[in-house]
Design a protein around this ligand. Structure first.
Ligand SMILES: Nc1nc2c(c(=O)[nH]1)N[C@H]1C(S)=C(S)[C@@H](COP(=O)(O)OP(=O)(O)OC[C@H]3O[C@@H](n4cnc5c(N)ncnc54)[C@H](O)[C@@H]3O)O[C@H]1N2
Ligand code: MOO
Length: 391
């Protein structure tokens, strides 16, 4: 058995960053920036009013001062002239500040009478001007690699960028295996269950910027497994689910071996997730996940997500770990690193009582994987532990 750290290093060794492509801005959300995106203009492009009010020369502002309204500046329609002593321009939020003006007095602080305004007492001190380029300047950049969030999309739009260079989405072929499996919505026979792992993993990889290629369920026989492997062509990674252990019907390793799998490892000191294999077949990185539903999802978090991120151009590294305080005592751990379903709330972490790797309800209730290192001694309530956030 090898350690989780060694296994992850081997998995990351199998993958490399993918090439880039250019997509319209509307399709860039959730994609990873592959080349710098450079602002094509200043924002705001002119000094702009931050409020609805009156643009004046700041030095003239004092209680009871009077100004003559000489025009209007609205968003999209600026005022061409200049504000001189004793003058003001009616101005609205986002409108260009007229020449000569240095301050906007909000309309709440003004009494208007025809073309004249009089300032009230207790004036708001804020000049309410957004300087040109206050948000960003022409030439400012978003730097890769960067997972583009909705906020980034708004920023790119504002920079007048309509095409974005992003890393190609890794295509992950997901192959569920087993005679007992039927697809959700089908009618299972008396000895059958519904395939869930491939659906959970598809959702997981898609949430992290990859594209899932859901293959038909492969049955526990050579012909069916070979037919499914044939459908992996062109994928960036093949992920098999189940059939990885030592049972008579666990044929994945044998069939993959016959198809040229150069196995990097098999079996990890990890719970759940011991019978995990990885290697390269037909030139494609392959990850063989254990079939137990929670094992496959935990391995998805621990191995598949770092591999996807590496393919997207992020540094090859483990999932980030956070720390929280234990709410209960825990016994010593054995020889396998234990990834326990747990709930974190306000910095406090509580592992679930039931940790059987078949229990998806417990996984769905968890928002963290509490990590117990190999041979960790017993630990008490109030001590600090590492966890990987889920979701
Ligand atoms: N004698 C031993 N038996 C087992 C060992 C061992 O070391 N010695 N290891 C156990 C561990 S740990 C795990 S994990 C499982 C993994 O087994 P496989 O990868 O061969 O998975 P299967 O046997 O095919 O399935 C296990 C379990 O998961 C269900 N399953 C499989 N695929 C799906 C799917 N897509 N959706 C939902 N459920 C799925 C399957 O029906 C089984 O119940 O082996 C232990 N045994
Ligand atoms: O991977 Mo298994 O029990 O370690 O679920």
């Amino acid at each position: 058995m090898i350690t989780v750290k060694q296994a992850l290093a081997e998995v990351l060794n199998l993958v490399s960053p993918l090439p880039s492509e250019t997509v319209p801005l509307r399709q860039a959300s959730g994609r990873t920036l592959a080349a710098p995106a450079t602002a094509r203009r200043d924002q705001p492009p002119f000094a702009a009013s931050a409020m609805d009010g009156y643009a004046v020369i700041g030095l003239e502002v004092e209680p009871d001062a009077m100004f003559k309204v000489i025009g209007e500046s609205a968003a999209g329609h600026g005022f061409d002239g200049e504000v001189k002593a004793g003058q003001t321009v009616r101005i609205f939020t986002g409108a260009p500040l007229p020449k000569g003006a240095t301050r906007v007095v909000i309309q709440e602080d003004v009494i208007r009478n025809g073309d004249l305004i009089t300032l009230r007492r207790n004036l708001d001190e804020n000049p309410y001007i957004r300087p040109a380029g206050a948000d960003f300047k022409s030439g400012d950049q978003l730097v890769p690699p960067r997972l583009l969030t909705p906020s980034d999309i708004a920023l790119l739009a504002s920079m007048n960028i309509d095409q974005v260079t992003v890393t190609r989405r890794p295509v992950i072929a997901l192959m569920a295996t087993g005679d007992e499996l039927v697809m959700p919505g089908e009618n299972p026979g008396p000895d059958q269950i519904i395939a869930s792992n491939n659906f959970g993993l598809a959702a997981l990889v898609e949430q992290h910027g990859a594209e899932a290629r859901m293959l038909p369920i492969a049955r526990d026989n050579r012909a069916s497994l070979e037919a499914a492997f044939a459908l992996c062509e062109g994928a960036d990674m093949v992920v098999t689910i189940g059939g990885a252990s030592v049972g008579d019907h666990d044929l994945v390793a044998q069939v993959a071996g016959d198809l040229g799998l150069e196995r990097a490892f098999y079996k990890i000191a990890m719970r759940p997730g011991k019978p995990l294999m990885a290697g390269k077949m037909m030139g494609i990185p392959m990850l063989g996940l254990p079939g137990n539903p929670v094992s496959s999802m935990v391995c998805g978090h621990v191995y598949l997500l770092p591999a996807i991120r590496a393919m997207l151009g992020f540094p090859p590294e483990p999932r980030p770990r956070l720390q929280a305080t234990l709410t209960c005592d825990m016994p010593a751990n054995g020889p396998r690193e234990h990834y326990m379903r747990a709930r974190v709330q306000a910095g406090q972490i509580t592992p679930f009582e039931r940790q059987d790797s078949a229990l998806l309800t417990v996984l769905a209730d968890a928002n963290a994987l509490l990590i117990r290192p190999v041979d960790a001694p017993e630990i008490g309530k109030g001590e600090t532990v590492d966890y990987i956030p889920l979701g």
